[in-house]
Write a protein that binds this ligand. Sequence first.
Ligand code: ADP
Length: 574
Amino acid sequence: MLKEFMKYYLPYKKLFLLDFGSAVLVGLLELLFPLMTSIFIDELLPTEDWKWIVIAAISLLIVYLIEGVFKFIVTYWGHMLGTNIERDIRNELYSHLQKLNFSFYDKNKTGKLIGRLTNDLMDIGEVAHHGPEDLFVALMTLLGAFVILLTIDVKLALVTFTIIPIIFFVTIFFNQKMGRAFKALFKNVSRFNEVISDNIGGIRLVQAFTNEKYELEQFKETNDAFRQTKLKAYNFMSWNTTISHISQKATLIIVLILGSYYVLHGELSYGGFVAFIMITNVLFEPLRAINLMIEMFPKGYAGFSNFREIMEIEPEIQDCDGAIELTGEIETIEYDHVQFKYDEQHVLNDISFKIKHGEQIALVGPSGGGKSTICSLLPRFYAPSSGDIRINGTSLERFTLKSLRSYIGIVQQDVFLFAGTLRENIAYGHPDVDDSDIMKAVEYAQLKSFVDGLEEGLDTIVGERGTKLSGGQKQRVSIARMFIKNPPIIILDEATSALDVATEHKIQQAFDLLAKGRTSLVIAHRLSTIKGVDRILYIEEGRIVEQGTHDELMNLKGRYYALYMTQFEHLTVE
Ligand code: ADP
């Protein structure tokens, strides 16, 4: 794991050396100050030579101005090193996430993945910067201080270095308790966020049911539990601060008493005494740094192992060795005894059918029957557990994903709009397309009057916090996208939610235009829209139970007929 991590320092060797070297110099100069002070008091002061006193003071000032520069380097360039590594790991993770399949996203919540890309990575960045440098400098300072204290006074040095480990372990004890309490707090924060997002997301339902009082009580309980966890963490934090404060001062006072004793007995100079106190003070800094590392390291380690865990997931669906480009016309699409299961749930059974060039096939049947799943196997969002799907006689796995997916356009029910302009949303994936082509797509998608009615036309911001589009408009935006993408195969998942007759008509018109000259698969919910298609497959419990043209299936008087009749009756009742 350490080796894996070190790899990320490689591109920044110079930055690392600069940061590391500066940190070492800062550590050394911090030790130098007490020594210089003791020389100042013991050697320079008795000479009473004001000139040399001023020169020495100015020299010291220059030394510490230089130290200031090194400190700046450590803080700024050190963090630059950390942020560089953080950025690189984040890019690597995002690029890997892009390759992971739908099945991965079925199992992993968005919130969790956002955490991986943000908090986890920040923890890694902190350790990347502080880890090696702080530990080394802290150990070096401790050692240096010990040597200097020994040269000043052996007995006092031994006393100080007996007290230091005691302080250290006491602080670690409280720090670990505090660490655990904060860990519980962070867990609570994500749980709390879920509750909040649930409550805000469901606010319309809460208001519609006038269930505010109940929700508020629930919320108060969660909020209180959150407060309790927080308070517990602050309790340990207060102990931690108090104990370390008292122990630091106690150490200084012991040094003060012992030092005074030695000075009075002529065993220690005044300068040595002052240096001793100052060095004892300097000692607390490396202790604090080590302590911080002990706290920070597990977070960074956990973040990095989470990262490695995701990186080690191989996407099941990816280009095979020697994958070929899908080119030319679509002659046939063939599902051949396809079975499929999501994890353990068997969803498709022995699905076989063939579509010829330019044909339009409709999938109908009860919800949950497997229609969407059949469609999502074609762009290889999922892979069949057995059986084969072929285009022009070649298995889908043989094609590169890029070429296969460029051949297929999907108009989903629930259209996703990115936060951005209408233009960006329609031209998604084709940023170079010009406005006249976009307007043509808008016209074909029956959106022209809508866009013309917008004050800012194609520049209107849509998506999150933008102009709200109705379900029907969104679906037509998605159809407009398809005119720009211009793929030979179209999959349309009709909106299930009731649309008014005019909107439905517009979508139908737009889709008919889009389907012209292409091979298409339609998941149809309103049977009135598919009377003219070449073939209808009736899907139930993962099987094709009936297939044929509308007339054939009506004559069969089976499932399709029954479904048609319910919709027809429903319409007449209306
Ligand atoms: P339809 O499109 O006919 O409504 P689907 O293909 O969406 O049917 O669903 C078929 C079955 O697969 C259903 O039982 C559904 O619960 C299940 N299913 C659909 N998508 C997923 C998924 N991403 N993960 C697990 N199960 C799923």
